[in-house]
Design a protein around this ligand. Structure first.
Ligand code: FEO
Length: 396
């Protein structure tokens, strides 16, 4: 069902209530998601982005019955990842010859996925298309936000920004607009989305925000390609992105660990107690990374000013859940955060040193050699772990 977003602008996308994993199994979507496609109806009728492949037929059928495929003049494909371009084959099969406006990299991505020579019209930053009634579409390339082909489209005369993935959230809701949904849920999904997808591109985010602000154009609505649409104080999400892009951190410490026989878990909890004693206002979160959703763990790392990583030693190495999350953390290029390591062992005891190395390689300022404990921690060892937590908190 199409829904009105602004004057002559309609949402024609798909809400995916049952989605629980996105990007394969890389991103958990506890609250589902949506694939937002928009229709701008002026003298020209323009479709901005489509939906994910499994919903292609339903989407094109709806477009046909509600709009009429013959009435669409062209497509703007802001970004060609399959969740937004997946309906192109079905749409072009039923409406051959429909022009597709996208970046030069967009042509490569679409051809790479669908192997078709459709009618591509390459646009670059500053290009515009007059769509009649005093309105035009203006294009702003946004390479690596988050793919090389990404771009924003601005509806001049309508004050609507279509930034595709930027400013989105994986959040299914029939309420459609930011002022109608639960604000705590919305904030949670926004920060998770930024932390897990956009963190490595923070420098580009800051630069792109400065570029868009310098255009000095009115923005009444920000209509991303996932989740709700920003119509009440729409620039709040831009301001929030600028803060997140500036090496964001809260007065928060995340302790990540895995454990075989609970020794390393006990150390994690004792270290948390030590931090709390030394710095009572610091929020301390403790995650067994083998049991906690990894995207939620990453969100806590993003929000924290420091992290501690713990593992027992097994086969002279660390447990695989810790190895997995450390690989994820390394790829996200967090900046300006401190770290330390810890772990129990029976004999060789390499884990704290190895974790310290991994934290350093991931860009954290590593404090000390880490905390080691042989065999099961007794009361004295737990006291030392609390001291370690207190010392660590004192260095933050
Ligand atoms: Fe929502 Fe990068 O696709």
């Amino acid at each position: 069902m199409k829904r009105q977003v602004a004057e002559n602008v309609w949402w024609v996308g798909k809400i995916d209530w049952e989605l629980r994993k996105f990007h394969g199994s890389e991103y958990s979507t506890h609250r589902g998601s949506s694939y937002n496609s928009y229709l701008v109806r002026e003298a020209k009728t323009v479709l901005i982005d489509t939906v994910w492949l499994p919903f292609a037929k339903e989407y094109v059928d709806n477009l046909d019955s509600e709009v009429g495929l013959a009435n669409i003049d062209f497509i703007v494909q802001n970004h060609a990842e399959i969740d937004h371009s997946g309906a192109l084959p079905e749409l072009l099969r039923r409406r051959p010859g429909l022009p597709i406006y996208c970046t030069a990299n967009g042509v490569k991505v679409i051809k790479g996925h669908y192997h078709q020579d459709w009618d591509f019209r390459v646009v670059k930053t500053g290009d515009s298309i007059d769509i009649g009634n005093g309105k035009k579409l203006v294009f702003i390339e946004a390479p690596m936000l988050h793919w090389p082909d990404s771009m924003f489209t601005y509806l001049a005369g309508g004050a609507v920004l279509f930034p595709n993935d930027a400013f989105g959230q994986h959040y299914a809701s029939e309420l459609l607009f930011n002022d109608l949904v639960d604000q705590a849920e919305l904030k949670e999904e926004c920060v998770k989305y930024y932390a897990n997808i956009l963190t490595p591109f923070s420098a580009l985010v800051a630069k792109k925000i400065a570029e868009v602000v310098a255009l000095n154009v009115p923005v009444d609505v920000i209509a991303p390609s996932h989740g709700i649409i920003w119509r009440k104080d729409p620039l709040q999400i831009v301001t929030q992105y600028a803060a997140w892009a500036a090496d964001y951190q809260e007065d928060r410490v995340a302790i990540l660990y895995d454990s075989m026989w609970d020794g390393t878990r006990k150390l994690a909890e004792a270290i948390a107690q030590g931090i709390a004693q030394s710095s009572p206002c610091t929020a301390v979160v403790v995650h067994n990374v083998a049991k906690t959703d990894k995207n939620d763990v990453i969100t806590d790392v993003f929000r924290s000013k420091a992290i501690l990583a713990g593992s027992p030693t097994v086969n002279k190495g660390i447990l695989n859940a810790m190895a997995g999350i450390m690989e994820e953390i390394k790829g996200l290029h967090f900046k300006g955060k401190k770290a330390a390591s810890f772990g129990c062992s029976g004999w060789s005891g390499e884990a704290p040193k190895l974790l310290g190395q991994l934290l350093g390689e991931a860009g954290f300022a590593v404090e000390g050699e880490g905390f080691s404990c042989t065999w099961e921690p007794d009361a004295a060892a737990l006291d030392k772990a609390r001291d370690f937590g207190r010392d660590f908190a004192g260095k933050l």
